[in-house]
Design a binder for this molecule. Structure first.
Ligand code: SF4
Length: 446
């Protein structure tokens, strides 16, 4: 049973481990020149995954933790999409210097709001991707969408380009919660959007929910989960709201008195999770839920599930190349992040340089710990012997977790208990050689 004692001890800032080492450890030694060398050094036959960050929205949601900016006019977005074409061409030219177009198995548009692009801009970007890369016949083409601004023209562009996965930001269906976070989108609007997406050929639909928002309650989360299930998406993600107003000043618009405390947050997650699992959605890792037959669920069961910057993934590629401001590339050699702000990113790209400004090269030890952390985050267990890792070296960190019943250590195998499942990130953190205790740079564990 999860006790208040466990929440008080372990609800502490820990990374989400979408990378290891995590982004706060990136440094300026990894720049555009290093990125060019890394791209040029990629094996010719290595499949690639591409990520495009579209950093624009029409209206600020007060809970937002993303890298975005609010624009009232379209011109900045049009200028941005021109720069993105230039960045695609630069990366494409480096990768085709050998005379081969590289195979791409997955393309993901995130943001911000990717459907803030004009339909013709979106199609031009995909045409450029198709020109510079060899798109796999079974390409996963995914896009994050704001249901409030998705229109028939954009849906038609999605259909023409072959988008087959979509993710809708929902958060909560309760009008009181929606008003408190400045994102009003009635259930009927989302329902219509889901029907439109199915009509546009989307084979895999994800809905994002959030707990820990103002005025949310256990019963409200249960209602929202049931409404989400009624739309029958293949996947539902259930994220905890990260209140970090020192990093995201617009979050100060949220009345802190209306936020649930750690205990209430935990109960909200448990209630929504229970509502989803009793509707036959299986929990995948930390925060995802998947219907029977969904590829995430199959990958969890056959132990091929992976974790990257998009969360849990079945992506076949080991190399991810990020485009747009703040986008992170994960290459075999290490991580490289583009300039976080739009202006320096656009200046670099406009002057014909890649926009990587920080990152980290991976040591063998980083790779070993990354693989261990990924196993814990994906499957809740790891055989340390498979990685030649001696548990004796981290017993200081592991012993309190074992004594509090969050995990077992049997021989070389670490296994999360049911009690430890909500603290998956805390158990993973025991293997993080970079972690600064109690750092305020990460969101809370629950
Ligand atoms: S639509 Fe998404 S990215 Fe844009 S402000 Fe809202 S939460 Fe942030």
């Amino acid at each position: 049973m999860i006790t208040d004692h466990l929440i008080s001890v372990y609800d502490r800032p820990v990374p989400r481990y979408t990378s290891y080492p995590t982004a706060p450890h990136f440094h300026a030694g990894i720049d555009a020149k290093v990125m060019v060398d890394w791209l040029a050094g990629l094996p010719i036959d290595a499949p690639l995954s591409l990520y495009f960050h579209i950093p624009f929205c029409r209206k600020m949601c007060w809970y937002c933790g993303c890298n975005t900016q609010i624009v009232a006019r379209h011109q900045p977005i049009a200028d941005f999409s021109g720069m993105l074409l230039k960045e695609i061409a630069m990366v494409g030219d480096i990768l085709t210097a050998s005379g081969h177009r590289r195979q791409v198995t997955s393309v993901h548009f995130g943001g911000g709001t990717p459907n803030s692009l004009a339909p013709a801009e979106f199609e031009r970007i995909m045409a450029a991707v198709g020109h510079h890369f060899a798109l796999d016949a079974d390409l996963d083409l995914a896009i994050e969408l704001d249901p409030r601004t998705l229109d028939a023209e954009f849906l038609a562009a999605m259909r023409r380009t072959g988008v087959n996965r979509a993710s809708l930001g929902v958060q909560d269906f309760d009008p009181v919660v929606q008003a408190a976070v400045n994102r009003v989108q009635p259930f009927a609007l989302v329902e219509q959007c889901v029907a439109d997406l199915r009509g546009a050929g989307i084979r895999s639909l994800n809905l994002d929910l959030i707990y820990g928002l103002p005025f949310q309650s256990v019963s409200g989360l249960q209602r929202t989960a049931a409404q989400a299930v009624s739309l029958q998406p293949e996947r539902i993600a259930l994220f905890g709201y990260a209140h970090v107003p020192w990093m995201k000043p617009h979050q100060r618009l949220i009345d802190e008195q209306s936020l649930p405390d750690a205990y209430a947050r935990f109960r909200q997650f448990e209630a929504a999770s229970q509502a989803l699992t009793s509707a036959d959605y299986a929990r995948i890792g930390l925060d995802h839920f998947a219907k029977p037959g969904d590829s995430l669920r199959i990958a969890r069961d056959n132990r091929t599930l992976k974790r990257n910057f998009q969360g849990y993934t079945v992506d076949r590629a080991d190399t991810l190349i990020g485009f747009g401001p703040s986008a992170i590339s994960a290459l075999p050699q290490g991580y490289a992040q583009n300039a976080p702000d739009h202006t320096p990113w656009a200046r670099d790209v406009g002057e014909g340089r890649l926009a990587a400004v920080k990152g980290i090269a991976l040591s063998d030890e980083d790779r070993r710990r990354r693989a261990i952390i990924e196993q814990i985050m994906c499957f809740g267990r790891v055989d340390l012997a498979a990685f030649g890792f001696d548990p004796a070296t981290i017993m200081d960190a592991l012993t309190p977790l074992i004594e509090d019943g969050l995990c077992h250590l049997t021989g070389h195998e670490v296994t999360l208990t049911a009690r430890g499942l909500p603290f998956q990130r805390v158990v993973a953190a025991a293997f993080d050689a970079y972690l600064v205790p109690a750092a305020k740079r990460h969101s809370r564990a629950v």
